[in-house]
Design a protein. Structure first.
Length: 248
């Protein structure tokens, strides 16, 4: 029996949402190639909904189509990363500002819980959970603003920059600056200090993407992260392009 049209739509949405979450959480690395068959097997669906989800994500700039029914996470230039940085500063700063103006105590408490879970993941060297919690913290903050169109635009930008989150490990994230900023953001949200919330979220985004941009080679291209000997990095696991689902 052929699947119902409603079932087809549900499967397409499921694959699309799964890939969006994986991209924005940094589960794929810059330049990583993924076959349609691998995605279908991982998500547990046929190739048809995968093809349709991929078509949408290629149009959104999240993937590049490759031969033999495969896609690649795009490689970026320094200039492209800096462009995306500046757009994200404006939009995510706005979302943080609006969120701080209307946040409840319960919402501020949720941000604190996520920040604590992120810190715990980082302390045990769990980079997959670390990246997932970074995404969760940011989008929990932006959702407070109650601006669905703004949130959707921000998600689209994260589709392109999410894989580059991997280049922040292990060196950039070793700084205490990130946890300190998150604490200040939580305090600003709890105090309805919109100016402070915007300032610190902009500082967080600006520092991270400026760091990534500075990794560009002399031609302006930003290469994928290279495997690092965990022992030389004080036991911190590093992302490996050979791991198709991102690392752990």
């Amino acid at each position: 029996m052929a699947p119902k049209a409603s079932d087809d739509t549900s499967l397409r949405s499921h694959v699309y949402d799964w890939l969006r979450e994986a991209l924005t959480a940094g589960r794929f690395t810059p330049g990583q190639k993924l076959s349609f068959r691998f995605i279908a097997g991982t998500v547990g669906v046929s190739l048809t909904p995968v093809r349709e989800a991929i078509r949408r994500l290629v149009a959104e700039g999240a993937f590049e189509m490759r031969p033999n029914r495969s896609v690649r996470v795009p490689l970026m230039t320094r200039d492209r990363i800096l462009e995306l940085r500046d757009i994200r500063l404006a939009l995510e700063g706005l979302a943080a500002e609006k969120a701080a103006a209307v946040a409840t105590r319960e919402q501020a408490a949720r941000l604190r819980r996520i920040a604590n879970e992120l810190l715990a993941a980082r302390s045990r060297g769990d980079t997959a959970a670390d990246r997932a919690k970074i995404r969760e913290f940011h989008f929990a903050l932006y959702a407070i603003a109650g601006q669905p169109t703004l949130l959707r635009v921000i998600e689209g930008l994260w589709l392109q920059t999410g894989p580059y989150m991997n280049l922040l490990y292990p060196d950039f994230v070793a700084s205490p600056r990130g946890p300190e900023r998150r604490l200040r953001i939580i305090k600003a949200v709890a105090a309805h200090d919109a100016v402070a919330a915007r300032r610190d979220i902009e500082g967080d985004i600006g520092d991270a993407l400026s760091y990534v941009a500075a990794l560009a080679d002399e031609d302006g291209m930003i290469a994928p992260a290279q495997p690092v000997d965990a022992k030389r990095r004080r036991g911190r696991p590093s992302p490996s392009p050979a791991s198709p689902l991102g690392f752990v």
